[in-house]
Design a protein around this ligand. Structure first.
Ligand code: ZN
Length: 479
Protein backbone atom coordinates (compact mmCIF):
# COMPACT_ATOMS: atom_id res chain seq x y z
CA UNK A 1 0.00 0.00 0.00
CA UNK A 2 1.38 3.40 -0.96
CA UNK A 3 1.49 6.29 1.44
CA UNK A 4 -1.28 8.10 -0.47
CA UNK A 5 -3.48 5.01 -0.32
CA UNK A 6 -2.88 4.62 3.39
CA UNK A 7 -3.81 8.23 4.02
CA UNK A 8 -6.86 7.92 1.78
CA UNK A 9 -7.97 4.94 3.86
CA UNK A 10 -7.49 6.94 7.00
CA UNK A 11 -9.42 9.86 5.54
CA UNK A 12 -12.26 7.60 4.48
CA UNK A 13 -12.46 6.17 7.98
CA UNK A 14 -12.42 9.63 9.57
CA UNK A 15 -14.98 11.09 7.21
CA UNK A 16 -17.36 8.18 7.57
CA UNK A 17 -17.17 8.28 11.34
CA UNK A 18 -20.29 9.48 13.12
CA UNK A 19 -18.12 11.33 15.60
CA UNK A 20 -16.15 13.24 12.98
CA UNK A 21 -16.72 16.89 13.75
CA UNK A 22 -14.84 18.26 10.78
CA UNK A 23 -14.29 16.75 7.38
CA UNK A 24 -10.60 16.64 6.53
CA UNK A 25 -8.85 16.65 3.17
CA UNK A 26 -5.37 15.47 2.28
CA UNK A 27 -3.18 17.25 -0.27
CA UNK A 28 -0.59 14.74 -1.57
CA UNK A 29 1.53 17.44 -3.26
CA UNK A 30 2.21 19.24 0.02
CA UNK A 31 1.59 16.21 2.31
CA UNK A 32 -0.80 18.27 4.36
CA UNK A 33 -4.11 17.66 6.02
CA UNK A 34 -6.74 20.35 6.66
CA UNK A 35 -10.49 20.74 7.33
CA UNK A 36 -12.56 20.97 4.17
CA UNK A 37 -14.12 24.23 5.32
CA UNK A 38 -10.78 26.06 5.15
CA UNK A 39 -9.15 24.09 2.35
CA UNK A 40 -7.76 27.28 0.79
CA UNK A 41 -6.55 28.79 4.06
CA UNK A 42 -2.80 28.11 4.41
CA UNK A 43 -3.01 28.68 8.22
CA UNK A 44 -5.24 25.62 8.54
CA UNK A 45 -2.56 23.37 7.09
CA UNK A 46 -1.46 20.46 9.23
CA UNK A 47 1.51 18.49 7.94
CA UNK A 48 1.12 14.72 8.11
CA UNK A 49 4.05 12.61 9.23
CA UNK A 50 4.74 8.94 9.71
CA UNK A 51 4.26 9.44 13.44
CA UNK A 52 0.82 10.92 12.87
CA UNK A 53 -0.21 7.98 10.80
CA UNK A 54 1.21 5.51 13.26
CA UNK A 55 -0.62 7.28 16.07
CA UNK A 56 -3.79 7.23 14.01
CA UNK A 57 -3.33 3.55 13.25
CA UNK A 58 -2.89 2.92 16.96
CA UNK A 59 -6.04 4.82 17.81
CA UNK A 60 -8.25 3.28 15.17
CA UNK A 61 -7.16 -0.29 15.85
CA UNK A 62 -9.58 -2.16 18.05
CA UNK A 63 -8.68 -0.75 21.48
CA UNK A 64 -8.69 -4.17 23.12
CA UNK A 65 -6.49 -5.72 20.42
CA UNK A 66 -3.40 -7.08 22.01
CA UNK A 67 -0.70 -9.64 21.27
CA UNK A 68 1.17 -11.28 24.13
CA UNK A 69 4.43 -13.04 23.48
CA UNK A 70 7.39 -14.07 25.62
CA UNK A 71 10.72 -12.38 25.06
CA UNK A 72 12.59 -15.67 25.07
CA UNK A 73 10.26 -17.01 22.35
CA UNK A 74 11.20 -14.13 20.04
CA UNK A 75 14.87 -14.78 20.64
CA UNK A 76 14.46 -18.48 19.84
CA UNK A 77 12.41 -17.72 16.71
CA UNK A 78 14.97 -15.21 15.48
CA UNK A 79 17.61 -17.92 15.17
CA UNK A 80 15.33 -19.87 12.79
CA UNK A 81 15.21 -17.38 9.92
CA UNK A 82 13.46 -14.33 8.52
CA UNK A 83 9.92 -15.57 9.09
CA UNK A 84 8.73 -17.83 11.84
CA UNK A 85 5.23 -19.28 11.79
CA UNK A 86 3.45 -19.66 15.09
CA UNK A 87 0.01 -20.61 16.32
CA UNK A 88 -1.50 -17.85 18.40
CA UNK A 89 -4.50 -18.57 20.54
CA UNK A 90 -7.43 -16.31 21.25
CA UNK A 91 -10.27 -16.84 23.67
CA UNK A 92 -13.99 -16.17 23.13
CA UNK A 93 -13.44 -14.85 19.60
CA UNK A 94 -11.64 -11.84 21.06
CA UNK A 95 -8.82 -9.79 19.56
CA UNK A 96 -6.43 -10.71 22.36
CA UNK A 97 -3.88 -13.18 21.02
CA UNK A 98 -1.21 -15.01 22.93
CA UNK A 99 1.65 -17.37 22.37
CA UNK A 100 1.78 -18.19 26.06
CA UNK A 101 0.07 -21.55 26.39
CA UNK A 102 0.90 -24.84 28.03
CA UNK A 103 -1.01 -27.01 25.62
CA UNK A 104 -2.84 -26.61 22.35
CA UNK A 105 -6.13 -24.79 22.79
CA UNK A 106 -9.09 -25.08 20.45
CA UNK A 107 -9.12 -21.52 19.22
CA UNK A 108 -5.86 -21.03 17.39
CA UNK A 109 -5.02 -18.74 14.51
CA UNK A 110 -2.07 -18.62 12.18
CA UNK A 111 0.51 -15.98 12.75
CA UNK A 112 4.04 -15.02 11.76
CA UNK A 113 6.98 -13.45 13.45
CA UNK A 114 8.74 -11.49 10.76
CA UNK A 115 12.28 -10.22 11.25
CA UNK A 116 12.92 -6.99 9.34
CA UNK A 117 15.83 -4.57 8.94
CA UNK A 118 13.73 -1.52 9.76
CA UNK A 119 10.35 -1.54 11.45
CA UNK A 120 9.18 1.70 9.91
CA UNK A 121 9.81 0.59 6.32
CA UNK A 122 8.15 -2.82 6.59
CA UNK A 123 4.77 -3.13 4.97
CA UNK A 124 2.72 -5.52 7.05
CA UNK A 125 0.21 -6.13 4.26
CA UNK A 126 2.74 -7.81 1.97
CA UNK A 127 4.83 -9.90 4.36
CA UNK A 128 3.99 -13.18 6.07
CA UNK A 129 1.60 -15.94 4.92
CA UNK A 130 -1.78 -15.73 3.22
CA UNK A 131 -3.40 -17.51 6.14
CA UNK A 132 -2.04 -15.17 8.83
CA UNK A 133 -4.37 -13.45 11.24
CA UNK A 134 -1.59 -12.11 13.45
CA UNK A 135 1.75 -10.65 12.43
CA UNK A 136 4.52 -9.46 14.68
CA UNK A 137 7.33 -7.45 13.10
CA UNK A 138 10.66 -7.55 14.92
CA UNK A 139 13.53 -5.25 14.10
CA UNK A 140 16.35 -7.67 13.47
CA UNK A 141 19.35 -5.72 14.67
CA UNK A 142 17.64 -4.79 17.92
CA UNK A 143 16.68 -8.17 19.34
CA UNK A 144 18.36 -7.32 22.63
CA UNK A 145 15.84 -4.56 23.38
CA UNK A 146 13.06 -6.25 21.37
CA UNK A 147 11.60 -3.46 19.26
CA UNK A 148 8.42 -4.90 17.79
CA UNK A 149 5.12 -3.97 16.19
CA UNK A 150 2.04 -6.18 16.12
CA UNK A 151 -0.84 -6.31 13.66
CA UNK A 152 -4.09 -8.24 13.54
CA UNK A 153 -6.19 -8.85 10.45
CA UNK A 154 -9.71 -7.68 11.15
CA UNK A 155 -12.36 -7.74 8.44
CA UNK A 156 -9.66 -8.05 5.78
CA UNK A 157 -7.67 -5.04 7.02
CA UNK A 158 -4.44 -5.01 8.96
CA UNK A 159 -4.74 -3.04 12.16
CA UNK A 160 -2.03 -2.29 14.62
CA UNK A 161 -2.36 -3.98 18.00
CA UNK A 162 -0.58 -3.45 21.26
CA UNK A 163 2.23 -5.96 21.86
CA UNK A 164 3.05 -7.15 25.36
CA UNK A 165 6.45 -8.73 25.55
CA UNK A 166 6.58 -10.67 28.76
CA UNK A 167 9.94 -11.77 30.14
CA UNK A 168 8.23 -14.95 31.36
CA UNK A 169 11.33 -16.65 32.67
CA UNK A 170 12.37 -13.67 34.79
CA UNK A 171 8.87 -12.82 36.00
CA UNK A 172 7.67 -16.32 36.72
CA UNK A 173 9.43 -16.63 40.04
CA UNK A 174 10.12 -12.97 40.80
CA UNK A 175 7.86 -13.07 43.88
CA UNK A 176 10.19 -15.56 45.52
CA UNK A 177 13.21 -13.26 45.30
CA UNK A 178 14.85 -13.06 48.71
CA UNK A 179 13.02 -16.10 50.10
CA UNK A 180 14.14 -18.84 47.83
CA UNK A 181 16.55 -18.64 44.99
CA UNK A 182 14.54 -20.69 42.55
CA UNK A 183 17.55 -21.39 40.38
CA UNK A 184 18.78 -23.53 43.29
CA UNK A 185 15.83 -25.82 42.61
CA UNK A 186 15.77 -25.56 38.84
CA UNK A 187 18.36 -28.32 38.38
CA UNK A 188 16.50 -30.73 40.65
CA UNK A 189 14.46 -33.65 39.39
CA UNK A 190 11.52 -35.03 41.39
CA UNK A 191 9.67 -38.30 40.79
CA UNK A 192 6.04 -38.42 41.93
CA UNK A 193 4.35 -41.81 42.03
CA UNK A 194 0.56 -41.50 42.14
CA UNK A 195 -1.05 -38.42 40.63
CA UNK A 196 -4.40 -38.44 42.39
CA UNK A 197 -5.64 -35.90 44.92
CA UNK A 198 -2.25 -35.86 46.67
CA UNK A 199 0.26 -36.24 43.86
CA UNK A 200 -1.40 -33.76 41.48
CA UNK A 201 -1.54 -30.97 44.07
CA UNK A 202 2.03 -31.70 45.19
CA UNK A 203 3.27 -31.57 41.58
CA UNK A 204 1.66 -28.17 40.97
CA UNK A 205 3.09 -26.71 44.19
CA UNK A 206 6.57 -27.97 43.34
CA UNK A 207 6.31 -26.50 39.82
CA UNK A 208 5.41 -23.16 41.38
CA UNK A 209 8.49 -23.46 43.59
CA UNK A 210 10.75 -23.51 40.54
CA UNK A 211 11.50 -27.22 40.13
CA UNK A 212 12.10 -27.78 36.43
CA UNK A 213 12.25 -31.57 36.06
CA UNK A 214 9.48 -34.01 36.87
CA UNK A 215 8.76 -37.68 36.33
CA UNK A 216 5.18 -38.74 37.03
CA UNK A 217 3.89 -42.30 37.37
CA UNK A 218 0.20 -43.15 37.20
CA UNK A 219 -1.61 -45.71 35.06
CA UNK A 220 -5.06 -44.34 35.82
CA UNK A 221 -7.46 -42.12 33.90
CA UNK A 222 -9.35 -39.21 35.40
CA UNK A 223 -12.99 -39.83 36.33
CA UNK A 224 -15.90 -37.66 37.43
CA UNK A 225 -15.59 -38.99 40.98
CA UNK A 226 -12.04 -37.58 41.19
CA UNK A 227 -13.02 -33.97 40.50
CA UNK A 228 -13.92 -32.94 44.04
CA UNK A 229 -10.42 -33.62 45.34
CA UNK A 230 -8.14 -33.33 42.33
CA UNK A 231 -6.37 -30.28 40.93
CA UNK A 232 -7.99 -31.00 37.51
CA UNK A 233 -11.59 -30.35 36.50
CA UNK A 234 -14.48 -31.75 34.48
CA UNK A 235 -12.95 -30.99 31.08
CA UNK A 236 -10.17 -33.47 31.90
CA UNK A 237 -12.45 -36.49 32.48
CA UNK A 238 -11.20 -39.48 30.50
CA UNK A 239 -7.62 -38.26 30.15
CA UNK A 240 -4.59 -40.06 31.53
CA UNK A 241 -3.62 -38.46 34.83
CA UNK A 242 -0.01 -38.16 33.78
CA UNK A 243 -1.05 -35.98 30.82
CA UNK A 244 -3.36 -33.85 32.96
CA UNK A 245 -0.63 -33.24 35.51
CA UNK A 246 1.92 -32.48 32.78
CA UNK A 247 -0.41 -29.71 31.54
CA UNK A 248 -1.02 -28.44 35.07
CA UNK A 249 2.74 -28.24 35.66
CA UNK A 250 3.27 -26.40 32.36
CA UNK A 251 0.50 -23.92 33.18
CA UNK A 252 2.54 -22.92 36.23
CA UNK A 253 5.99 -23.51 34.84
CA UNK A 254 6.09 -23.63 31.02
CA UNK A 255 9.83 -24.37 30.99
CA UNK A 256 9.59 -27.54 33.10
CA UNK A 257 10.33 -30.92 31.54
CA UNK A 258 7.79 -33.57 32.46
CA UNK A 259 8.16 -37.27 31.76
CA UNK A 260 5.01 -39.36 32.20
CA UNK A 261 4.88 -43.11 32.75
CA UNK A 262 1.41 -44.68 32.55
CA UNK A 263 2.30 -48.02 34.15
CA UNK A 264 1.06 -49.76 37.26
CA UNK A 265 3.82 -50.18 39.84
CA UNK A 266 4.28 -53.87 40.61
CA UNK A 267 7.04 -56.28 41.66
CA UNK A 268 7.02 -57.62 38.09
CA UNK A 269 8.21 -54.36 36.56
CA UNK A 270 10.30 -53.06 39.47
CA UNK A 271 13.40 -52.70 37.24
CA UNK A 272 11.55 -50.19 34.99
CA UNK A 273 11.00 -47.99 38.00
CA UNK A 274 14.55 -48.47 39.28
CA UNK A 275 15.82 -46.74 36.14
CA UNK A 276 13.49 -43.81 36.82
CA UNK A 277 14.49 -43.58 40.49
CA UNK A 278 18.18 -43.54 39.55
CA UNK A 279 17.68 -40.37 37.50
CA UNK A 280 16.03 -38.19 40.15
CA UNK A 281 17.02 -36.31 43.30
CA UNK A 282 13.92 -37.10 45.35
CA UNK A 283 10.96 -39.51 45.22
CA UNK A 284 7.45 -38.76 46.48
CA UNK A 285 5.03 -41.65 46.84
CA UNK A 286 1.38 -40.57 46.95
CA UNK A 287 -0.15 -43.79 45.66
CA UNK A 288 -3.22 -45.39 47.20
CA UNK A 289 -1.86 -48.86 47.91
CA UNK A 290 0.75 -50.48 50.08
CA UNK A 291 2.47 -52.53 47.38
CA UNK A 292 3.58 -49.51 45.38
CA UNK A 293 4.78 -47.79 48.55
CA UNK A 294 6.84 -50.86 49.50
CA UNK A 295 8.33 -51.03 46.01
CA UNK A 296 9.30 -47.35 45.99
CA UNK A 297 10.69 -47.81 49.53
CA UNK A 298 12.94 -50.67 48.42
CA UNK A 299 14.13 -48.84 45.31
CA UNK A 300 14.94 -45.66 47.24
CA UNK A 301 16.92 -47.57 49.88
CA UNK A 302 18.87 -49.47 47.22
CA UNK A 303 19.48 -46.37 45.08
CA UNK A 304 20.12 -44.08 48.09
CA UNK A 305 17.39 -41.54 47.31
CA UNK A 306 15.26 -39.69 49.83
CA UNK A 307 11.63 -40.86 49.72
CA UNK A 308 8.59 -39.02 51.08
CA UNK A 309 5.50 -41.15 51.60
CA UNK A 310 2.16 -39.43 52.07
CA UNK A 311 -1.00 -41.00 53.36
CA UNK A 312 -4.34 -39.96 54.80
CA UNK A 313 -6.39 -41.92 57.32
CA UNK A 314 -9.93 -43.10 56.60
CA UNK A 315 -12.11 -40.28 55.30
CA UNK A 316 -9.10 -38.03 55.80
CA UNK A 317 -9.70 -37.57 59.55
CA UNK A 318 -5.94 -37.12 59.63
CA UNK A 319 -2.79 -38.26 57.95
CA UNK A 320 0.89 -39.00 58.17
CA UNK A 321 3.94 -38.02 56.21
CA UNK A 322 7.02 -40.22 56.38
CA UNK A 323 10.45 -39.18 55.18
CA UNK A 324 12.82 -42.03 54.42
CA UNK A 325 16.50 -41.05 54.43
CA UNK A 326 18.35 -44.24 53.48
CA UNK A 327 20.86 -45.24 56.16
CA UNK A 328 19.77 -42.42 58.48
CA UNK A 329 16.09 -42.87 59.27
CA UNK A 330 13.42 -45.52 59.51
CA UNK A 331 11.94 -46.75 56.24
CA UNK A 332 8.37 -47.47 55.15
CA UNK A 333 8.76 -51.13 56.20
CA UNK A 334 10.01 -50.06 59.67
CA UNK A 335 6.95 -47.81 59.88
CA UNK A 336 4.62 -50.70 58.98
CA UNK A 337 6.25 -52.94 61.58
CA UNK A 338 6.24 -50.31 64.35
CA UNK A 339 2.76 -48.87 63.93
CA UNK A 340 0.72 -51.64 62.29
CA UNK A 341 -2.60 -50.17 63.44
CA UNK A 342 -1.88 -46.72 62.01
CA UNK A 343 -0.49 -48.23 58.85
CA UNK A 344 -3.64 -50.33 58.51
CA UNK A 345 -5.68 -47.13 58.71
CA UNK A 346 -4.05 -46.01 55.49
CA UNK A 347 -4.30 -49.31 53.74
CA UNK A 348 -6.50 -49.34 50.68
CA UNK A 349 -6.12 -52.47 48.64
CA UNK A 350 -9.44 -52.99 46.94
CA UNK A 351 -12.14 -50.98 45.23
CA UNK A 352 -14.68 -52.15 47.83
CA UNK A 353 -12.47 -51.00 50.65
CA UNK A 354 -11.89 -47.68 48.96
CA UNK A 355 -15.58 -46.79 48.87
CA UNK A 356 -15.91 -43.75 51.05
CA UNK A 357 -12.17 -43.45 51.62
CA UNK A 358 -10.52 -40.19 50.91
CA UNK A 359 -6.95 -40.58 49.85
CA UNK A 360 -7.53 -42.79 46.87
CA UNK A 361 -7.97 -42.25 43.20
CA UNK A 362 -11.16 -44.31 43.13
CA UNK A 363 -14.41 -42.40 42.67
CA UNK A 364 -16.03 -41.74 46.05
CA UNK A 365 -19.07 -39.66 46.97
CA UNK A 366 -18.37 -35.97 47.45
CA UNK A 367 -18.00 -35.27 51.16
CA UNK A 368 -17.79 -31.78 52.64
CA UNK A 369 -14.27 -30.77 53.49
CA UNK A 370 -12.46 -33.83 52.18
CA UNK A 371 -10.33 -31.90 49.73
CA UNK A 372 -9.64 -29.36 52.43
CA UNK A 373 -8.60 -32.16 54.81
CA UNK A 374 -6.08 -33.57 52.34
CA UNK A 375 -4.53 -30.16 51.67
CA UNK A 376 -2.45 -29.94 54.91
CA UNK A 377 -0.89 -33.33 54.16
CA UNK A 378 0.08 -32.26 50.64
CA UNK A 379 1.47 -29.04 52.05
CA UNK A 380 3.72 -30.92 54.50
CA UNK A 381 5.02 -33.17 51.71
CA UNK A 382 5.95 -30.10 49.66
CA UNK A 383 7.67 -28.45 52.63
CA UNK A 384 9.73 -31.56 53.40
CA UNK A 385 10.57 -32.01 49.71
CA UNK A 386 11.83 -28.45 49.32
CA UNK A 387 13.88 -28.67 52.53
CA UNK A 388 15.47 -31.90 51.31
CA UNK A 389 16.26 -30.43 47.88
CA UNK A 390 17.77 -27.30 49.44
CA UNK A 391 20.04 -29.25 51.84
CA UNK A 392 23.51 -27.75 51.79
CA UNK A 393 22.45 -24.41 50.34
CA UNK A 394 22.15 -21.15 52.20
CA UNK A 395 18.59 -19.83 51.88
CA UNK A 396 16.17 -18.09 54.22
CA UNK A 397 14.37 -21.43 54.60
CA UNK A 398 17.45 -22.95 56.23
CA UNK A 399 16.13 -22.44 59.79
CA UNK A 400 13.28 -24.86 59.01
CA UNK A 401 15.82 -27.68 58.99
CA UNK A 402 15.99 -27.34 62.79
CA UNK A 403 12.19 -27.65 63.02
CA UNK A 404 11.75 -30.54 60.63
CA UNK A 405 14.13 -33.00 62.28
CA UNK A 406 11.59 -35.81 62.72
CA UNK A 407 11.06 -38.31 59.95
CA UNK A 408 7.42 -39.09 60.70
CA UNK A 409 4.71 -36.42 61.08
CA UNK A 410 1.14 -36.72 62.29
CA UNK A 411 -1.80 -34.42 61.52
CA UNK A 412 -5.40 -34.73 62.74
CA UNK A 413 -8.27 -32.92 61.10
CA UNK A 414 -10.84 -34.00 63.71
CA UNK A 415 -11.40 -36.26 66.72
CA UNK A 416 -12.76 -39.19 64.71
CA UNK A 417 -15.00 -41.58 66.62
CA UNK A 418 -13.80 -45.18 67.05
CA UNK A 419 -10.16 -44.15 66.77
CA UNK A 420 -7.50 -43.56 69.40
CA UNK A 421 -8.01 -39.84 68.94
CA UNK A 422 -11.71 -39.79 69.83
CA UNK A 423 -11.18 -38.60 73.40
CA UNK A 424 -8.60 -35.89 72.82
CA UNK A 425 -9.16 -32.57 74.55
CA UNK A 426 -10.68 -29.98 72.21
CA UNK A 427 -8.19 -27.59 70.66
CA UNK A 428 -9.38 -24.55 72.63
CA UNK A 429 -8.60 -26.02 76.06
CA UNK A 430 -5.52 -28.01 75.27
CA UNK A 431 -2.18 -26.28 75.32
CA UNK A 432 0.29 -29.09 76.03
CA UNK A 433 -1.28 -32.31 74.79
CA UNK A 434 -2.17 -33.57 71.35
CA UNK A 435 -4.94 -31.63 69.61
CA UNK A 436 -6.42 -31.48 66.15
CA UNK A 437 -4.97 -29.22 63.46
CA UNK A 438 -1.34 -29.21 64.56
CA UNK A 439 1.62 -31.06 63.15
CA UNK A 440 3.46 -33.46 65.46
CA UNK A 441 6.88 -34.84 64.75
CA UNK A 442 7.10 -38.46 65.92
CA UNK A 443 10.38 -39.79 67.21
CA UNK A 444 10.63 -43.31 65.87
CA UNK A 445 13.85 -45.11 65.14
CA UNK A 446 14.70 -47.61 62.46
CA UNK A 447 14.24 -51.28 63.11
CA UNK A 448 17.70 -52.92 63.06
CA UNK A 449 16.07 -56.17 61.90
CA UNK A 450 14.07 -54.46 59.14
CA UNK A 451 14.12 -56.74 56.08
CA UNK A 452 14.39 -53.66 53.85
CA UNK A 453 16.77 -51.21 55.53
CA UNK A 454 18.29 -53.24 58.39
CA UNK A 455 20.50 -56.26 58.70
CA UNK A 456 17.80 -58.86 59.14
CA UNK A 457 20.05 -61.96 59.37
CA UNK A 458 22.56 -60.37 61.76
CA UNK A 459 19.79 -59.20 64.08
CA UNK A 460 18.18 -62.62 64.01
CA UNK A 461 21.50 -64.30 64.78
CA UNK A 462 21.96 -61.99 67.75
CA UNK A 463 18.49 -62.75 69.11
CA UNK A 464 18.72 -66.52 68.48
CA UNK A 465 22.33 -66.60 69.67
CA UNK A 466 23.26 -68.73 66.65
CA UNK A 467 24.44 -67.96 63.15
CA UNK A 468 21.40 -67.44 60.96
CA UNK A 469 21.94 -67.70 57.24
CA UNK A 470 19.63 -67.33 54.30
CA UNK A 471 19.27 -71.11 54.25
CA UNK A 472 18.16 -71.64 57.84
CA UNK A 473 16.49 -68.24 58.42
CA UNK A 474 12.98 -69.64 58.25
CA UNK A 475 13.50 -71.68 61.43
CA UNK A 476 14.16 -68.49 63.39
CA UNK A 477 11.82 -65.94 61.85
CA UNK A 478 9.25 -66.45 64.63
CA UNK A 479 11.77 -64.92 67.05
ZN1 ZN B 1 13.31 -50.25 57.45
Amino acid sequence: MTEVERVQNIMRDVNSSKDAVKKLKYDPSTRTLRPASCYDDPDCVKPVTHQDMNLYMNLCAAPEACITISGSFIEQACSRGATYHALFSSKDNGTVFTLLQASKVETTVNGSLIFVKNLDDADVSVVGCDTDSVRVLVQKDRISDLRVKGYINKNGKWQQARVNIVPVKQQLFSRFAGILETNVLSEKHVLIAGLGSGGSAIAVRLAQSGIMNFTGIDHDRFEVGNIARHAAGISDVGRLKINIVRDLIHEKNPYATVKGVAERISWDNIETFRELVKQVDLVICATDNRISKRIMNRLCIEENKVLIVAGAFRRAYGGQVLRVRPGKSLCFQCFLDSLPQQAQDQEITSIEQSEGLAYTDRPVPIEPGLSNDIAPINQMVVKLAIQELLKGTDTTLKSLDEDLTADLYLWLNRRESQTGYEDLEPLEYNVDGITVMRWYGIDISKNPACPECGNFLAELSKRANVTVTKENAEEFTCL
